[in-house]
Design a protein around this ligand. Structure first.
Ligand SMILES: NC(=O)c1ccc[n+]([C@@H]2O[C@H](COP(=O)([O-])OP(=O)(O)OC[C@H]3O[C@@H](n4cnc5c(N)ncnc54)[C@H](OP(=O)(O)O)[C@@H]3O)[C@@H](O)[C@H]2O)c1
Length: 280
């Protein structure tokens, strides 16, 4: 049995679909059963509440572990439940931020989670993606409000990855041999500025979009969280925007191509598949 955490999220949704063709027995760990309706077998559990985990982990041999937000407790709970259930392989979703030198806060949380997974003694595959294409959905409020996108990173570039490609790599690591003990850094193949991304989105949805520069990373966080972000998250985002603005995050890897035998999906593909989300 293969257990998927984060099953209702960007990667989890795609991973469930990717595993359908692989004849693997799959169970989704979900907090809200309504969100799993019509999909694979599911168990209601919460990674913040360790007492809910044993039924979800019962009989599980492979785990896709995704812990959102900040902090370590969800990973601690999941690893303890995995050990108790005799899980034999964890495919763990981390972040390319762990490679930063010095390591930014976003990377430190993921690094410490990786350490917990490694210390469990359960063979693991670590996925370290860069920024997701789905982060573009954070532009929706300003697009709806006034047809504009705030640009917190100036001319900085990054190579966004489609969560569907992360899911495809996870599906391979979970169902094929030879991936235990490996770490995969996953990016798209196009290093784009925000201005270039907005142009691509604009073409896909058939609507002119304006790009407005943001004076400082602090202003970018205030506009993203008008009612205030938790201080640790705000600091980490400011640090992240500052690094991107300095154009230090445009690296690309060929790992998706190597593992999947095809090019990563382009940002244009993602926009075309998601036009309905920007038009509604
Ligand atoms: N965005 C990026 O650019 C980026 C880059 C590198 C790494 N990452 C990492 O990627 C992960 C996010 O992946 P994603 O975008 O696929 O996720 P997502 O769309 O944000 O969804 C989060 C998932 O976690 C579930 N969840 C939240 N709290 C939970 C809890 N207490 N117990 C059990 N499940 C819970 C949610 O379920 P509900 O339906 O119940 O809410 C949902 O399925 C994070 O670890 C992030 O740090 C992100």
């Amino acid at each position: 049995m293969l257990l998927i955490t984060g099953a209702t999220g960007n990667i989890g949704h795609e991973l469930t679909a990717a595993l359908e063709g692989k004849q693997a027995k799959v169970r989704l760990l979900v907090r809200d059963p309504a969100r799993a309706a019509g999909r694979a077998e599911h168990v209601v559990a919460d990674l913040d509440d360790p007492a809910t985990l044993p039924p979800a982990f019962d009989g599980v041999s492979k785990l896709f572990l995704l812990t959102p937000g900040i902090g370590l407790t969800q990973t601690e709970h999941a690893v303890a439940a995995a050990r108790a259930a005799g899980v034999q392989h964890i495919v763990h979703l981390s972040s390319a931020n762990v490679l930063g030198d010095p390591m930014p806060a976003m990377g430190r949380w993921h690094h410490d989670r990786e350490e917990l997974v490694r210390a469990s003694g359960i063979p693991a595959t670590i996925l370290r993606p860069g920024a997701f294409m789905t982060n573009t959905l954070e532009w929706l409020p300003t697009i709806r409000e006034g047809g504009f996108v705030l640009n917190p990173i100036g001319q900085g570039r990054f190579a966004p990855i489609d969560p569907a490609d992360i899911a495809a790599v996870a599906a391979v690591a979970l169902t094929e041999e030879g991936h235990q003990g490996k770490q995969y850094v996953l990016t798209g193949e196009e290093a784009l500025t925000v201005i270039e991304q907005v142009q691509i989105l604009s073409t896909a949805i058939g609507r002119d979009l304006e790009v407005r520069p943001v004076a400082s990373p602090e202003e970018a966080v205030r506009s993203r969280f008008p009612r205030g972000a938790p201080p640790a998250l705000a600091d980490a985002l400011i640090e992240g925007y500052t690094l991107m603005r300095a154009d230090t995050t445009g690296f690309r890897t060929n790992t998706v191509r190597r593992l999947l035998g095809r090019a990563p999906r382009t940002f244009s593909d993602w926009c075309t598949r998601n036009t309905h989300r920007f038009r509604s």
